[in-house]
Design a protein around this ligand. Structure first.
Ligand SMILES: *[C@@H]1O[C@H](CO)[C@@H](O)[C@H](O)[C@H]1NC(C)=O
Ligand SMILES: *[C@@H]1O[C@H](CO)[C@@H](O)[C@H](O)[C@H]1NC(C)=O
Length: 143
């Protein structure tokens, strides 16, 4: 059987891409903008997704101080509450101090089910007007 170098390269590339997809990523939400008022996280998520199962999203924000208004991370229960920034049934993931230092890490353990993230401060203003919300639909990993 003739050795096909081209075929070998194709197989190698396929193996490399499978390896990349099976390796969980750590992604800082907002990149160097971190988690702040006025940055479009929906746009950010569109540009930096899709996210995969076991990827870790990291939310970074300073604890409240004179120059730094409070931020939090909530999980909203469904699309309606996400659209309306309705926090009545929301689950607190990270309080005002948990985004400091290395930030708050959240591992996407589920497949397909959308996760609706939002900042719950200022009576929903950060979510509504500050654009501090996005959703992620973790895709299963190839294995
Ligand atoms: C945020 O980004 C989304 C997706 O690109 C876009 O549809 C939306 O209009 C943007 N919102 C604002 C207020 O710019
Ligand atoms: C935030 O959560 C951390 C860890 O659970 C806790 O130690 C801290 O007291 C909380 N801070 C506030 C302001 O609730």
């Amino acid at each position: 059987m003739a050795f096909s170098y081209a075929k070998f390269l194709v197989l190698l590339a396929a193996a490399a891409s499978m390896l990349a997809a099976s390796q969980a990523a750590t992604v800082v939400v907002g990149g160097s903008e971190h988690w702040r008022y006025g940055f479009n996280y929906t746009d950010w998520a569109l540009q930096h997704g899709p996210f995969y199962q076991n990827d870790k999203l990291v939310f970074k924000y300073d604890p409240p101080s004179e120059n730094s208004p409070p931020h939090t991370v909530y999980l909203l229960p469904n699309l309606g509450s996400f659209i309306n920034c309705d926090f009545r049934s929301a689950q607190l993931l990270a309080n005002v101090t948990q985004g400091s230092g290395d930030g708050f890490g959240f591992v996407l353990t589920n497949n397909w089910r959308p996760l609706y993230f939002a900042c719950g401060e200022e009576d929903g203003k950060n979510c509504k007007e500050g654009l501090m919300k996005f959703f992620a639909v973790p895709l299963p990993r190839r294995s």
